[in-house]
Structures are given as structure tokens and as C-alpha cells.
Write a protein that binds this ligand. Structure first.
Ligand SMILES: NC(=O)c1ccc[n+]([C@@H]2O[C@H](COP(=O)([O-])OP(=O)(O)OC[C@H]3O[C@@H](n4cnc5c(N)ncnc54)[C@H](OP(=O)(O)O)[C@@H]3O)[C@@H](O)[C@H]2O)c1
Length: 434
């Protein structure tokens, strides 16, 4: 038995919804976020979302819940009608918040998400979908297009009398911190396709985790992947600095998936001044990494998109920057960190040590030329190189890698265990740096 107890318009970043609260006989209060007329004809686009405080509210990277929640609302908004039923009491597959946190501790000690629940004395999944089915029924919805990767949810809703006409996967680009969890859902809980977003899956066979290599942060620095897109003749931009876009759209989606995997993305102030990038995850569903900008003198433009767009930005600078500029950028929402000066700007060893100490495990370095060169020249500060090679020739322009002080071919950087992929029209090579 569910009873509707409140109904109110709720404006959201995904447009206006109507929030409808239901008291369930189980004692839980469910919220239905509806868009448009939901009692009309045809199967209704529907998400039954299991409450996950850590993922939904805090954006925890241990799971994919928050991203799925927002992706579902976005899809309902795009469709113009539909419903998201927010199932409270489903926290931690029904074991509650505290036990879920305890299960995380067990996972940190080596259990996977299934064994962790079993070790705590709980079944693998305690969720019931009876209340959700009743809420749908009260809303006048009997036939749905369900957004889920979980076949058990489909079965349960069918069992409770809801006709699931279509299942739409809700896949997200994984993060290095939740890919094991997503793999367990895939292999042990029978979930579908959690590993790669549907769009890149259609266009690229790349397993992003293989491309990134084995993510092994060290004590004194994160795992560092240097990534860029170049023309066949080794340019990452034309002579006037234009780099949009050297690579194809599927390659850029792959890059966004790589971003979504990593804790942080790093670029130099040259790239920020020249390209004004956002450095967020937009082309696939995934969480945006922390943005790290190397900027010794705080040349950062006040209107730079890395400051204005959603997300966290850390600007690493040196004593050369003015205190007034530091204050201005702090007011713009950036975190300013003063580090020692190195040969090429901010001392990269110190920068990586600082980032590791604040908990960052993986960094994707996305240029530009001077930052790529300093990292490769440092020999020992980067773990992996991923280069996308576009079938175009630009002639003179910005070369990807500058002088490394190498005079003999045999002294060149050795790349180990290369993997090669075709992504759209681009060849993508990933290899470990020796
Ligand atoms: N195709 C691609 O994949 C791709 C990707 C990114 C960029 N790009 C292109 O690359 C070009 C920009 O290259 P860029 O070399 O000017 O930009 P960059 O490497 O992004 O930035 C270089 C600047 O960062 C600062 N910096 C601080 N610490 C540094 C350190 N340890 N090592 C190196 N730099 C440090 C320096 O300025 P201060 O001395 O003032 O601190 C330096 O001039 C643009 O044309 C852009 O389009 C292409």
C-alpha cells in the first residue's frame, strides 16, 4: 500500500520536474520525480533508482550511482516525459548506510562487493521492488521503458505487475577507483555493460583500462599518463596554435573516458591561455576529474573556462606569482598552491609529491607541448604515454615533444608493451615509459 502525501513542482538543473512523495507500508518514503504527463499512453521512460547517499549526494567514486541518477534525469528531460522513482531503503543493496560503509571497509581489505555483504552476514541483495511498482501503479504507469543495467530489477518489476517493454542500459565510463566494483556487478551480479559508455562502445573497441595500463600510484607521486593527439607529422597544433580538432570525435570521446577514469587531469597555462579548455567529462557519462593547472606566474585569465565551469580546479604556482593574483583566483574558486620553482616552471617532482599527499592516485596529463616535454625529459615522473595519431599533415606547427637532449637514436625513450587501436579514423598507441 502506498499513499501520495505531497506533490510540488521542483526546478532542477535538468529542467522542471514535479516531486511527488509517497508513504509506503514498509515505512519508507519514496519520491517520484515526474516530467510531463505520466499517465498517458505508451511505455513510460522510467528509472527506479536505489538510494545511495554517498554516490548520489557526495559523488563518491566507489560506485556509479550519482552519475546514473543524473544521466537518468537528463534522459527523462530530453524525452519530455518520464519518471524517476527514488527508492529509499535501498542503500547498499538494502543493508543500510552504516553496513554499506562497513562493507566498504571489507572491500578495502580485499573482498569484492558481493563477498563484503556476505561477510557481514547479509544476503547479496535485500532490495524489494514492491513499493516502487506500487508507486508506478498509483502514478497510472503500467508499461515502462526501464533505464537499468540490472536484469534482476527488470524481473522484480515484471513480477510486481509492471510491464517492462524495453530496457535501456544506463552505462557510465568507469573510474579507476570503481572499475573493480563495476566488474563485479558485471561478472557476479549479472549486470549489463557497466564498463564503457554506449557511445564509445559503438565507435571504438578500446578498453580504456588497457590503454591506461596498470594504475599503480607510488608513495611519492600519482600514476601519470601523458596523452596527446597529433597529426601524422607530429604536430599537436598549427603554427598559430589551432588544435581543434586534430582528432576525430570517437577519439575525443575516448579521451573523455580516459578523463573519467582518472582522479585528476593536468595541463599547462599555455594550453589554458591558447585553447580555453574546460577539461571536464562531457562526451561520455562519467565524473569529471580535478583539474590541475601549472602556472608559475599566475597568467590564468580571469574568465578561463577551467575556473567558470563546474568542477574543482587547483592551480600550482611558484613564489614568482603575485599575492594579489593569488587572491583574485581564489575568489574565482580556484585553489592556489605555491610550490618550489623548477627548470621549466613549477617543479614537477614537488608538484606530483604534493598531489599524491593530498590523495590523488592517477593523473592524465593533457598537454601542451612544454608540459609534455618537461614530463618526458624528467625520465621517471611519467608512467605511460598515449598518443593519438590523426591521418592529417599540418607542416610547421607546435611539435608534440620538444628537445629531450637526445643525440643518439639508441638513447631515445624506450616504450614497453605497446597496444595499438583504431579509433574512428585515428590510430591510438599506448605504451609504458621505461
Ligand atoms: N593536440 C593536443 O593533444 C593538445 C593538447 C594540449 C595542448 N595542445 C596545444 O599545445 C599548445 C600549447 O602548448 P604550450 O607548451 O604553450 O602549453 P602548456 O604546455 O600547456 O603550458 C606551458 C606553460 O606551463 C607553464 N609551466 C609551469 N610549470 C611547468 C613545467 N614544469 N613544465 C612545463 N611548463 C610549465 C609554463 O608557463 P609559466 O612559465 O608562465 O608557468 C609554460 O610556458 C596549444 O597550441 C594547444 O593547442 C594540443
Amino acid at each position: 500500500m502506498v499513499t501520495e502525501v505531497a506533490r510540488v513542482p521542483l526546478p532542477t538543473p535538468f529542467g522542471p520536474f514535479e516531486a511527488r512523495a509517497f508513504e509506503c507500508s514498509s515505512g519508507n518514503v519514496y519520491l517520484a520525480m515526474t516530467k510531463g504527463s505520466v499517465d498517458g499512453a505508451g511505455p513510460m521512460l522510467t528509472r527506479v533508482h536505489s538510494e545511495c547517499l554517498t554516490g548520489d549526494v557526495f559523488g563518491s567514486l566507489r560506485c556509479d550511482c550519482g552519475i546514473q541518477l543524473r544521466e537518468a534525469l537528463k534522459r527523462i528531460a530530453a524525452e519530455g516525459r518520464g519518471v524517476l522513482v527514488y527508492a529509499t531503503g535501498h542503500e547498499g543493496r538494502g543493508i543500510g548506510l552504516v553496513n554499506k560503509l562497513r562493507a566498504y571497509v571489507a572491500q578495502d581489505q580485499g573482498s569484492d562487493t558481493v563477498d563484503a555483504n556476505l561477510h557481514l552476514g547479509f544476503p547479496v541483495d535485500l532490495r524489494s521492488y514492491e513499493d516502487a511498482a506500487e508507486v508506478l501503479e498509483v502514478l497510472g504507469i503500467r508499461s515502462i521503458k526501464l533505464m537499468t543495467n540490472n536484469p534482476k530489477k527488470v524481473e522484480a518489476l515484471l513480477h510486481h505487475g509492471i510491464s517492462v517493454e524495453e530496457v535501456q542500459p544506463l552505462t557510465v565510463a568507469p573510474h579507476t577507483r570503481n572499475s573493480t566494483y563495476l566488474n563485479t556487478k558485471l561478472n557476479r551480479l549479472g549486470h549489463n555493460g557497466s564498463l564503457v559508455s554506449p557511445k564509445p562502445l559503438e565507435t571504438t573497441p578500446v578498453d580504456i583500462r588497457k590503454l591506461l595500463g596498470a594504475v599503480r600510484p607510488r608513495d611519492d607521486r600519482p600514476y601519470v599518463v601523458v596523452k596527446y593527439a597529433q597529426s601524422l607529422d607530429g604536430r599537436i597544433a598549427t603554427a598559430v596554435g589551432d588544435s581543434r580538432w586534430i582528432s576525430s570525435e570517437p577519439e575525443r570521446m575516448m579521451s573523455h573516458s580516459m578523463r573519467a577514469h582518472c582522479d585528476a587531469v593536468m595541463a599547462g597555462i599555455g594550453t589554458v591561455s591558447n585553447d580555453d579548455p574546460q577539461l571536464t567529462v562531457r562526451l561520455v557519462s562519467g565524473s569529471s576529474p580535478i583539474r590541475i593547472i601549472l602556472d608559475s606566474n599566475l597568467r590564468m585569465p580571469a574568465e578561463a573556462k577551467v575556473l567558470t565551469e563546474e568542477g574543482t580546479t587547483v592551480v600550482l604556482t611558484t613564489e614568482r606569482s603575485e599575492a594579489q593574483r593569488r587572491r583574485e583566483l581564489t575568489e574565482r574558486g580556484a585553489e592556489i598552491v605555491v610550490l618550489p620553482q623548477g627548470d621549466d616552471g613549477v617543479d614537477l617532482g614537488e608538484a606530483l609529491l604534493y598531489l599524491r599527499r593530498r590523495g590523488i592516485e592517477s593523473i592524465l596529463v593533457e598537454g601542451g607541448a612544454r608540459v609534455i616535454t618537461s614530463l618526458l625529459a624528467s625520465r621517471g615522473l611519467a608512467d605511460r604515454l598515449v598518443v593519438s595519431i590523426a591521418p592529417s599533415v599540418l607542416g610547421s606547427g607546435v611539435e608534440a615533444v620538444g628537445d629531450l637532449g637526445i643525440s643518439e637514436v639508441t638513447s631515445g625513450l624506450e616504450l614497453r608493451d605497446p597496444t595499438v587501436h583504431l579509433v574512428g579514423r585515428d590510430v591510438v598507441l599506448g605504451a609504458d615509459l621505461g
